[in-house]
Design a protein around this ligand. Structure first.
Ligand code: SF4
Ligand code: SF4
Length: 164
């Protein structure tokens, strides 16, 4: 798995142009069954990908923390929200709360998330490959294929399944 992760940025870069062209076409002409296709491809990929062997998303990029996330996680730690923010978060260029540093401070050496049950919504939904109207998050997916081996495989499978 680690070899696969190390090579991912280069493999994603090599596919970038092809992926961009594919997503441009997908946005213009999304198949009627796209939601169903994505559910199927996502489920199939995560049957063979074990996130506990990877954790690359938690190691290299962090989630955005919404106000609901902050409320829930601060409560879990029995902390005031402001204290939680001061200890762990910072505002990014778009004024969103993000982690002060990566790897995520809540990630264990065994790749388990210590706040799994209350983790940010963005973590529970990553890499978003089973979300509805998938064509709307093309730009995000173009970035995620360089971070997430599962997202990379799903996009490769999509290109085989959906021909324009
Ligand atoms: S979601 Fe993707 S990047 Fe994150 S641990 Fe799973 S396979 Fe790895
Ligand atoms: S909160 Fe948990 S799932 Fe989210 S990035 Fe940190 S370790 Fe990963």
């Amino acid at each position: 798995m680690q070899d696969q992760i190390n090579n991912l940025p280069k493999r994603a870069k090599d596919k970038h142009k092809e992926n961009k062209t594919f997503f441009t076409k997908l946005k213009k002409r999304p198949p009627k069954q796209l939601d169903y296709i994505m559910q199927e491809l996502h489920a199939k990929e995560f049957e063979r990908t074990d996130c506990l062997e990877c954790a690359n998303c938690c190691k290299t990029t962090g989630p955005l923390f919404t106000s609901k996330d902050i409320h829930r996680i601060a409560k879990f730690f029995r902390m005031k929200e402001q204290q939680f923010i001061e200890n762990y978060l910072r505002l990014d260029e778009e004024n969103d709360y993000v982690l002060q540093s990566v790897p995520c401070t809540f990630l264990g050496a065994d790749n388990y998330c210590s706040i799994y049950d209350v983790r940010p919504k963005a973590c529970s939904e990553f890499p978003h490959t089973d979300r509805k109207k998938f064509q709307q998050i093309s730009n995000l997916t173009l970035k995620n294929v360089a971070i997430c081996p599962a997202a990379y495989n799903i996009v490769e499978a999509m290109k085989k399944k959906i021909q324009f």
